[in-house]
Write a protein that binds this ligand. Structure first.
Ligand code: HEC
Length: 131
């Protein structure tokens, strides 16, 4: 009996340690970026081979030319805008898509702070370029 009683305690210690490691007090930039992306995730996937949603899968887009992803029906407005998704253009877009590309179908009103946008860009780049 006595031998068994310490097992649950040992298990909870392991679980507790695991939690402590995965939840640092200060959220990292990558974590803040991941949280900011929740605003985009309803309409955008990021992973290789993941299907488009209302908006295109962003994997090939970040850092590249706009409206190039195969299998997504972009608006003529975005196709003809001739944009390249560098940092400055992405920030402009995230703040107000319709101001950058009048006639775009990306209906999104910015609720992100500049710090959140910076973190979001770090996250987008690491997610779309690392794997
Ligand atoms: C309500 C749905 C919706 C939300 C939310 C949304 N988007 Fe979009 N997004 C779209 C649509 C639709 C398009 C295609 C626009 C077009 O064809 O004019 C698009 C296009 C884009 C493109 C251009 C992709 C390419 O291949 O050129 C980028 C980059 C982008 N979105 C980033 C974001 C980011 C970052 C967020 C979050 C801050 C976000 N979007 C939130 C719907 C959305």
């Amino acid at each position: 009996m006595k031998r068994h009683s310490s097992l649950p305690l040992a298990l909870s210690a392991v679980v507790l340690l695991g939690c402590m490691q995965s939840a640092p007090a200060e959220p990292t930039v990558a974590m803040r970026g991941r949280i900011a992306f929740l605003r985009c995730a309803a309409c955008h996937s990021l992973g290789a081979g993941e299907p488009h949603k209302v908006g295109p899968n962003l994997r090939g887009a970040i850092g590249g030319s706009a409206a190039q992803t195969v299998g997504y029906n972009y608006t003529p407005a975005l196709r003809q805008a001739g944009l390249r998704w560098d940092d400055a253009t992405l920030k402009h877009w995230i703040r107000n898509p319709a101001a950058l590309v009048p006639g775009t179908s990306m209906a999104y009103s910015n609720a992100l702070s500049e710090t959140e946008i910076e973190a979001l860009l770090v996250y987008l780049k690491s997610e779309t370029q690392s794997r």
